[in-house]
Design a protein around this ligand. Structure first.
Ligand code: BG6
Length: 486
């Protein structure tokens, strides 16, 4: 299959930091079509050599520069072309088409690595230049709106030109290796499925904890906050994969239909749940990894009185047969003690304890799917302590279900490698359909509306801590605790 890839915003942060390195890694392992052509498009004037050295610079900055090989780079960079053109201008795209993209038989992937404000004009220009052909695909990434209404507007601009089957909405969490492994674990094994319901599962905890702050994008973040920046997309996608019914097959429609059912079963939060089951926080100055860091309102470009949440914890419910009564505790925050993302499935206690002190141990069986920094899956089980003690003492042991070589950092593909490859191969399964995004916004909009009416304000937590104590109390009120407080 022959394919051309046009990256609009081709000298921006996303392209340089994520897209070119991922494409290069795919090239190195021979996964890209040999005749692929990659066009980086941006308005800034730059020579081809300048462009290549900017792309190359990022490899040198990356820790995984060890995979860099001069020979592979020579082959890869020969496929890269910089086009200093305005993507919102039809005439510019006509020029591009005439000079490079005139072979309609080649697939065309257009990656909009730009803010959504220009999606509409770019799509119109692509259409005007005759590039929105049947074998074209368009890739977009969050933020896809700031609420349901603005998402629908953005989506309308895309779908005016492209059919839904041509639109690939990236949520990079779906490209992460362990996230996909969750599907394999659930649906390629028999032993979990009979237990995967409210009869045996006590609660599910989904955490995306970050130690970084707002990384120089204070104003963007201040408009979004953790609910819209992380929960609406990444966390809800993880909820979907953990909670969905087994799809009939792996084809995208079947998978997305099942995810959609989860999203539409999320219980809306009312004023009472916002008070008790919803915690927001904002970091103050503190110490992360031995370094002093400023508080959120003292970051560069910050406004001193912002009440934007940099942490959020929600007790969510999925109102269906499988999950009735099982809380899904969701939590994400910035400037926390440690960076880790995980899904913890906590099982109920045995119905009848026959070992002395078994209940006192209070160590439930847990399946822990660690998404980052390590990518591991482990199972916590009760085990007998070896020896002749007549009381048969027990202890909780952790079994590692992942292969050791998979635990080595850098040995699994980056999310963007997986996702770019899927777009090139025309496989939309790991991309988010419009109705999913809309449904996720509906839930989030509902929360924001009630939250604003209650005027709840964020609880302050020091940078480098475990987050607001309210999040610990929320779970403790249910007689439970977050896994790391074991
Ligand atoms: C992005 C958010 O979507 O995901 C960022 O906008 C966040 O605020 C990032 O830092 C987290 O991604 P990852 O892959 O580093 O966990």
């Amino acid at each position: 299959m022959s394919c051309d890839l046009l990256i609009v915003g081709g000298e921006g942060d996303l392209a340089l930091r994520k897209l070119y390195p991922a494409l290069y890694s795919l090239w190195v392992v021979g996964c890209l079509p040999e005749d692929i052509r990659i066009f980086g498009m941006a308005r800034r004037h730059m020579t081809q050599d300048e462009f290549l050295s900017r792309v190359r610079e990022w490899f040198d900055k990356r820790k995984s520069a060890r995979e860099f090989e001069e020979q592979a780079w020579a082959g890869f960079s020969a496929r890269l072309t910089y086009c200093s053109l305005d993507a919102t201008d039809v005439a510019s795209l006509h020029t591009l088409r005439e000079e490079h993209l005139d072979d309609d038989g080649r697939d065309l992937v257009v990656y909009l690595a730009t803010p959504p404000g220009i999606f509409g004009p770019v799509c119109q220009a692509i259409h005007g230049a005759g590039l929105a052909r049947a074998n074209a695909r368009i890739v977009v990434e969050k933020p896809l709106g700031e609420d349901r209404a603005s998402f629908l507007e953005i989506n309308e601009q895309l779908t005016r030109v492209f059919e839904e089957r041509q639109v690939y909405r990236i949520d990079h969490y779906l490209g992460k290796e362990t996230v996909q492994n969750l599907l394999a674990l659930r649906f390629a094994n028999t032993f979990l499925e009979p237990l995967w319901n409210n009869k045996y599962i006590d609660n599910v905890q989904i955490t995306v904890a970050e130690s970084i702050g707002v990384s120089g994008r204070w104003s963007f973040y201040d408009d979004a906050g953790a609910l819209r920046d992380m929960v609406q997309n990444h966390l809800l996608q993880l909820v979907c994969l953990a909670a969905m019914e087994p799809p009939a097959h792996l084809e995208s429609t079947a998978v997305r239909n099942e995810k959609m059912k989860v999203l539409s079963s999320l219980r809306p939060l009312d004023a009472e749940t916002i008070r008790d089951d919803f915690v927001i926080g904002q970091y103050t100055a503190g110490n992360v990894d031995g370094e002093s860091v400023p508080g959120y309102c003292e970051e560069e470009g910050a406004e001193p009185k912002s009440d934007t949440e940099t942490f959020i914890a929600i007790k969510a419910h999925i109102d269906n047969w499988r999950w009735a009564g099982v809380p899904f505790y969701l939590r994400t925050g910035k400037r926390l003690r440690e960076r880790f993302s995980e899904i913890v499935v906590e099982f109920k206690q045995v119905p009848h304890a026959i070992f002395p002190d078994q209940y006192l141990l209070d160590a439930p069986n847990r399946l822990i799917i660690r998404v980052q920094p390590e990518e591991t899956i482990s199972l916590q089980l009760m085990n007998k302590v070896a020896g002749l003690d007549v009381k048969t003492p027990l202890r909780s042991v952790t079994m590692d279900l992942s292969f050791p070589e998979e635990n080595e950092p850098g040995s699994t593909p980056d999310a963007y490698q997986r996702l770019l490859l899927d777009v090139i191969r025309e496989n939309p399964t790991l991309f988010v359909r419009a109705d999913e995004v809309e449904e996720a916004w509906k839930w989030v909009d509902g929360i924001r509306e009630v939250w604003q009416s209650t005027r709840k304000r964020p609880e302050r937590y020091p940078a480098g801590s475990g987050g607001p104590t309210g999040a610990i109390e929320m779970v403790a009120r249910d007689g439970r605790r977050w896994r790391e407080y074991d």
